[in-house]
Design a protein around this ligand. Structure first.
Ligand SMILES: Cc1cc2nc3c(=O)[nH]c(=O)nc-3n(C[C@H](O)[C@H](O)[C@H](O)COP(=O)(O)OP(=O)(O)OC[C@H]3O[C@@H](n4cnc5c(N)ncnc54)[C@H](O)[C@@H]3O)c2cc1C
Length: 648
């Protein structure tokens, strides 16, 4: 077997032809022949008459039933012959052959600039091409250099793994008692990803046996725990340790961290470089509503679910109707006597009945038993999302959508999504009147639901309240309509599904850089970082999932953090290689970069629309999102350019 970038071992193909046939019938066909041709080295399997149509690489429907049967036959014969030959490792693949395999899998020829990116994602031969290509012992064997990583979520674990590969010492400081960040904290019922898990997983730790296409939190947390154990990252982690402040000491060129442990102890820690992997969505946001503290019953935030509060027989209010709310509401409705939903504005929601369904057994079987099938399957998903939904987000300056769409394609999406909502709410004109968003699709993230949200909304035990919340009292929520007429809604429990303080990057930590400059004062409500990672006057501070690295319509945040971590680790290479102790970004580099990103965001639905969203900070600036495609970020973060920095 060739090495595979998987957490679980790939098992031998069993001598069970029925099982193989059954599995083949279940799996995605476009990646199948590419995987089998790659494994066997037989490029003649890539028959023109079985080639998927461009853009149809994940839809067997673009192949006729006869073509589908032929693909399965060809794969079956090739795999049984490969098994009979003793399951040899895949032969070396030339670049030209690799390109042919890619073209076959996606049904089109990728632009040359994509090839390197796609090759990395494919990891042919199981080689982790994103791993640092250097080791500290070759660059600075005698130099003590320790990196402090704040946060043991997805980004922190990833950076730790990369530093470990490069032989650089590190310590992870984590305020929680376990790894996983988002996926440890959000235990609300119904919590799951909305990006397919074959992509929402590390390129170097893929999982062959995902049970779901969109994994629930209860299983996803196991993945991050397993990664931490597999790579030995726990022993480098100090749990229950919050970083309260970080100060750059100019005399030693080190970061001095003030720590607070969960048992109330204060400590300091010194590090040569600092990685902030504190997440964009880590600090719950509560709405600023008068009387919020006066409510006498139980209340909690979706990200701090209080499992000790029984909902059975209760009138439960949920404030908010965005991503977490749509996921948790059907479960609250099942448990509670009555559900009152308080909506500020409706969301665009696409219904996918398969969203919560398990993956077909055959697809899991193929990924587990046929070396490389997993990587080719992931690769086709990845290709589909390099651009993903971006074309529907871009503003056409010549389009007059009356604030409800930003381009022709965006308007088509609007019409399609509107028809979907109308179909769900046809018998409830009262709900329909308040369920269609007045803003363009993609001004906020398009939510996914399996249909249960609409059923919940229509249930006899649900009340949708769209009037403005005037205040909260000891016994309920008071709303006021446009004329100022107030209604008190008595409730037993209040659940805040009101999101996070996303644009308050790094808060509540106090971060002080060169010359005593305070990071949040320097930002002055305009959080910016070069590539989302580095900030002038804050040498050797590297942010992951930092400003403008969130994506709305094209892919997984894990890809972004993998790129950001590669860049941060490359900066550390530069420091070790040049024997320098301070690496400080030039301000003009950040200014030029920010101008490009700001202009990009202004030309996207989320920037152009007036709709309020967590993508914007309190001044209305888009501080969260990356407005371009994946290859653009990958290209920019592949390697640090020393000329962008002052190195001393
Ligand atoms: C409900 C929900 C669903 C999501 N779904 C998706 C999805 O489908 N696809 C997708 O791509 N993204 C999704 N996201 C975004 C998600 O946050 C990222 O994908 C990813 O988990 C971010 O990882 P991270 O490590 O950067 O941050 P986090 O997961 O937020 O981890 C940050 C860690 O830092 C720790 N920390 C913070 N401050 C300090 C401090 N001062 N001292 C010590 N420790 C500290 C925290 O305790 C936490 O463990 C979702 C987010 C939420 C909340």
């Amino acid at each position: 077997m060739r090495p595979m970038p998987t957490l679980d071992p790939i098992l031998p193909l069993p001598v069970d032809d029925d099982a193989l046939r059954t599995a083949l019938a279940d799996c995605e066909l476009a990646p199948l022949l590419a995987a089998v041709a790659h494994l066997t080295g037989d490029q003649s399997l890539l028959r023109d008459d079985l080639r998927p149509a461009p853009g149809g690489f994940m839809q067997p429907a673009t192949l006729t039933p006869e073509q589908q049967a032929a693909v399965i036959d060809v794969a079956f014969t090739a795999l049984t012959q490969w098994r009979a030959a003793g399951m040899p490792p895949a032969p070396p693949t030339s670049e030209a052959d690799l390109v042919r395999l890619m073209e076959f899998a996606i049904g089109e020829t990728p632009d040359r600039m994509y090839l390197g990116l796609l090759e990395e994602e494919l990891e042919p031969g199981g080689v982790d091409l994103r791993a640092p290509q250097w080791h500290r012992r070759e660059l600075a064997a005698d130099r003590n250099f320790t990196v402090a990583i704040i946060g043991a979520g997805m980004s922190g674990l990833l950076t730790a793994h990369r530093l470990q590969q490069a032989g650089v010492d590190f310590v992870i400081l984590e305020k929680n008692d376990d790894v996983g960040g988002t996926w440890w904290e959000n235990t609300y019922p119904g919590c799951r990803v909305d990006v397919p898990n074959h992509l929402y997983s590390y390129s170097f730790a893929q999982r062959a046996d995902w049970q779901f296409r969109f994994t629930p939190q209860t299983l996803l947390i196991d993945y991050f725990r397993e990664v931490a154990d597999h790579f030995g990252l726990r022993e480098h982690t100090r749990f229950g340790t919050e970083v309260a402040s970080a100060v750059y000491d100019e005399t030693t060129d080190q970061w001095q961290l003030a720590l607070r442990t969960s048992d109330g102890q204060a400590e300091t820690l010194v590090a040569d470089a600092l990685v902030s992997a504190v997440g964009q969505l880590n600090r719950p946001r509560f709405p600023d509503i008068e009387g919020r503290d006066s409510f006498a019953g139980p209340s909690f935030h979706s990200a701090r679910w209080d499992h000790s509060v029984p909902l059975a027989g209760k009138r439960v209010a949920v404030i908010g109707t965005a991503a977490s709310a749509v996921q948790l509401m059907p479960h609250v409705s099942d448990a509670a006597h009555e559900l009152l939903i308080f909506q500020r504005s409706p969301n665009w929601i696409s219904t996918n009945p398969a969203y919560t369904q398990p993956l077909p057994d055959g697809l899991r079987w193929m990924a587990t038993h046929v070396p490389g099938y997993l990587q080719w399957y992931r690769f086709t998903l990845f290709w589909g999302l390099t651009e993903g939904g971006l074309p529907a987000c871009r503003v056409d300056p010549n389009w007059d959508g009356d604030g409800r769409s930003v381009s022709e394609i965006n308007d088509l999406l609007r019409q399609f999504s509107t028809a979907g909502i109308e179909a769900h709410l046809a018998e409830r004109p009262d709900l329909l009147a308040v369920a269609i968003p007045p803003y363009p699709p993609m001004a906020k993230r398009m939510l996914i639901d399996d249909g249960r949200w609409w059923e919940t909304l229509k249930a006899d035990t649900t009340t949708l309240v769209t009037d403005h919340i005037a205040r909260i009292t000891a016994t309920g929520i008071v709303t006021a309509d446009a004329a100022g007429t107030e209604v008190e809604h008595a409730v037993d429990v209040i659940i805040y599904a009101t999101g996070f303080t996303a644009s308050d990057f790094l808060l509540p930590m106090a971060v002080t850089g060169v010359g005593g400059v305070d990071l949040h004062e320097w930002w002055a409500d305009n959080p910016r970082a070069y590539l989302g990672v580095t900030i002038p006057h804050f040498p050797k501070l590297f942010c992951l999932y930092g400003p403008n690295t969130n994506i709305v319509a094209n892919g997984s945040i894990i890809f972004f953090s993998e790129c950001g971590a590669r860049y941060a680790v490359d900066c550390i290479r530069l420091l070790l290689e040049t024997g320098t102790s301070r690496l400080d970004l030039r301000e003009d580099v950040l200014d030029a970069f920010s101008a490009i990103v700001d202009e990009g965001n202004a030309n996207m639905a989320w920037g152009a629309s007036d709709a309020k969203s967590w993508y914007k900070n309190r001044t209305g600036k888009v501080t969260q999102n990356w407005p371009f495609n994946l290859v653009e970020y990958w290209e920019r973060t592949k390697q640090v350019d020393a000329a962008d920095y002052s190195l001393t």
